[in-house]
Design a protein around this ligand. Sequence first.
Ligand SMILES: Nc1ncnc2c1ncn2[C@@H]1O[C@H](COP(=O)(O)OP(=O)(O)OP(=O)(O)O)[C@@H](O)[C@H]1O
Length: 239
Amino acid sequence: MPPLLRAEKITVSFGGRRALDGVSLTAEAGRVTGLIGPNGAGKSTLFDVVCGLRRPRTGRIRLDGRDITREGPARRARRGMSRTFQHLELFGRLSVRDNLLVAAELGSGRRHAARTADAVLARLGLTGVADDAADALPTGLARLVEVGRALVLGPRVLLLDEPAAGQDAKETERFAALLRSLADEGTAVLLVEHDMSLVMSVCDEVHVLNLGSVVASGPPARVQTDESVLAAYLGETRP
Ligand SMILES: Nc1ncnc2c1ncn2[C@@H]1O[C@H](COP(=O)(O)OP(=O)(O)OP(=O)(O)O)[C@@H](O)[C@H]1O
């Protein structure tokens, strides 16, 4: 069986500068796959390519083996791909619940959407703030709302861009348990995150990007001690 998600030799240039240079990686169903690397390594650009917001200059994106490189974001979402953004994209004046409902109604009818939104709110521990305006929440909780908006669509592939930024230690611990349970249900989770203890504790496999290339891939324990990874991070927080 092909991997659920596969990026093949993806190249993206901005002007003359290569942001991604022949990047290949996979994300499997039932696994949490980490994507780490220093600032500017190309992580968010790769997410944009995977979810259809940016066309690569060369390379292919495959879902279940099918080439979806030419499909747009809406089509990919219907195929079961959801993502969150590094810069929050919530409707600030809407309540937390309505933020989820707007997304859920894209995926199903109104009654079903309400039930789905409430179930996701409960799962994320957000029921108590369901009626609060999204822009009144602290960053850690606002990021969970963003995750909730992705979850109401019941994704098979979930792309999370720095979801734990702004969370305190307790929130991060709960979040790690959520990621594990999503993977246990069969979701392919692709996680971009700077919190190394979260990445190392929750991921089954980690890909390391540096200057637009994958410099290491493997289980967290191996990647952590890889020489090229340590070199990529010199001058930054080491993994
Ligand atoms: N729209 C754009 N126009 C020009 N250059 C861009 C654009 N988006 C990204 N870049 C450049 O591409 C490179 C990769 O950026 P990207 O945001 O993908 O990195 P990243 O690994 O997600 O970084 P961070 O951890 O800081 O979010 C960087 O050099 C960045 O300046």
